[in-house]
Each structure stands twice: as structure tokens, then as C-alpha cells.
Design a protein. Sequence first.
Length: 216
Amino acid sequence: MNLILLGAPGAGKGTQATGLSEILNIPHISTGEIFRDNIRRNTELGKLADTYISKGELVPDNVTVQIVKDRISQKDCSKGFILDGFPRTIAQAEMLEDILTTEGKSIDKVVNIVIDDEAVVKRLSNRIVCPSCGETYHLEFNPVEDNKCKKCGEQLVHRDDDKPDVIRNRIAAYHRQTEPLVEFYRGKGKLMNVLSESSIEESLQNTLYALGLKGI
Ligand code: ADP
Ligand code: ADP
Ligand code: ZN
């Protein structure tokens, strides 16, 4: 199954993608995580991406699309993939269609994770992440003991872009540039809205239900 997870920053895309990836046994592709990995390794791509990410702006479409193109052409994506945080503009969505058509593939479903802006701010300001493996936690909703990653033991941190002024810009960028994708995919008959106002576990169940996978 080829899936897209759509939603505001902090909606829970990464959290749900991690769960779905384990259940469906297909890779989770997060463009944000690919950028952060490049920033950590101080690559040219990382340096470029950081100039946008640190301000809460989107990285240019041509840069982002090339990364996704390379990633989905890899062998582990042959049985399906979960795109988290991509596409984020109509132009990216159109370029994705071209890439997939060339490869004889298509998107099966788009899960739109629905949440209001106020809840998003609460999720982002208390999000903590592992700087080593990218695993995501929350001080209140998904807490950990000793502030250490359950997967690799690393000390957890707040993301640099989870600061109030950057969060504001990211939410504005979402409404301006990404939200039009809801109508784009609705028009293609691929969109399913999933509420994410309850707990992490319940939100994942809502998504599985919407995908017709409940009971797996
Ligand atoms: P996104 O990838 O959409 O930016 P994340 O998956 O990183 O969002 O989630 C943002 C924060 O909210 C994280 O700290 C995560 O632990 C928490 N979170 C995710 N889903 C839920 C939920 N359904 N209820 C409460 N907290 C959640
Ligand atoms: P979140 O869902 O919490 O906003 P992500 O990890 O998806 O976080 O993205 C972090 C940042 O990386 C974004 O604010 C943006 O600057 C950049 N980014 C990620 N995906 C894209 C994309 N598809 N197009 C442009 N920029 C992106
Ligand atoms: Zn870790």
C-alpha cells in the first residue's frame, strides 16, 4: 500500500507513521527526518535545508522532490511506503504523481490527520525527540523515564524548530501551502479524514479503521 499522511505540524503524522510502518511492514519516509539527519551530518543538503527549517519555512520544492524520488526508487519501497510530511505543496503533489506514473505506481490513500491549531501548539511545545534515532515522545502524552530514548538510550531533546515563534510560522505555512492538498486529494477520491484529538493509541486505531485495517 502506498500511503500519504497529511496534517498540520504536530498532528501526529510521525507517531502514526511509526505505528503503521510496523503493522504494515513498509518503510516510513519522513522528509523532515531526512533533512534533520543531513543537518546532524553537516552535509551540503543539511546546510541548505537548515536555513529554511530554522525559520519554519518550507524547503524549496525541487530539493525536496529529488530526495523523495531517490528514496521511493529504492528496493524496500517496492511493496509500499508511507510518506510523512510529503507532499506539502500542490507542486510537490503534482511532481510526485509524475514520478509514480513513470514507475508504474500510484498513491492508494491519503490520511488527513485532523486537529485544531491550539492542540497542535500544545503537542509541539512539549514534544521531545531522540537526536540519534529520531524517535518522538511527549512530556505529557508519551512520557519516558530519565529523559532517555526507549530505543537507543540517548538523552532526549526539544527540536530547534519547536520554539513558539517558529511554531507560529510553521502553522501559517501549513495553512497557506499545505492545506490546499486536502481538496486536491479529495478531488481524486483518495482522502480520508481521521480525528486525532484523543490519545495516541486511539488515533492510530481511527487511522487503521479508516484504512479498512482494523483487527490486524
Ligand atoms: P507530526 O509528525 O505530525 O509533526 P508527531 O507525531 O511528532 O507529529 O506528534 C507531535 C507530538 O504530539 C509528539 O510529541 C507526539 O508524542 C504527540 N502526539 C502525537 N499523536 C498524539 C495524540 N493522538 N495524542 C496526544 N499526543 C500525540
Ligand atoms: P512537522 O510535521 O512537525 O512540521 P517535519 O519533520 O515534517 O515536522 O518537518 C520539519 C521541517 O522540515 C518543516 O518545517 C520544513 O521546513 C521541512 N520540510 C519537511 N518536509 C518538507 C516538504 N515536503 N517540503 C518542504 N519542506 C519540508
Ligand atoms: Zn533513540
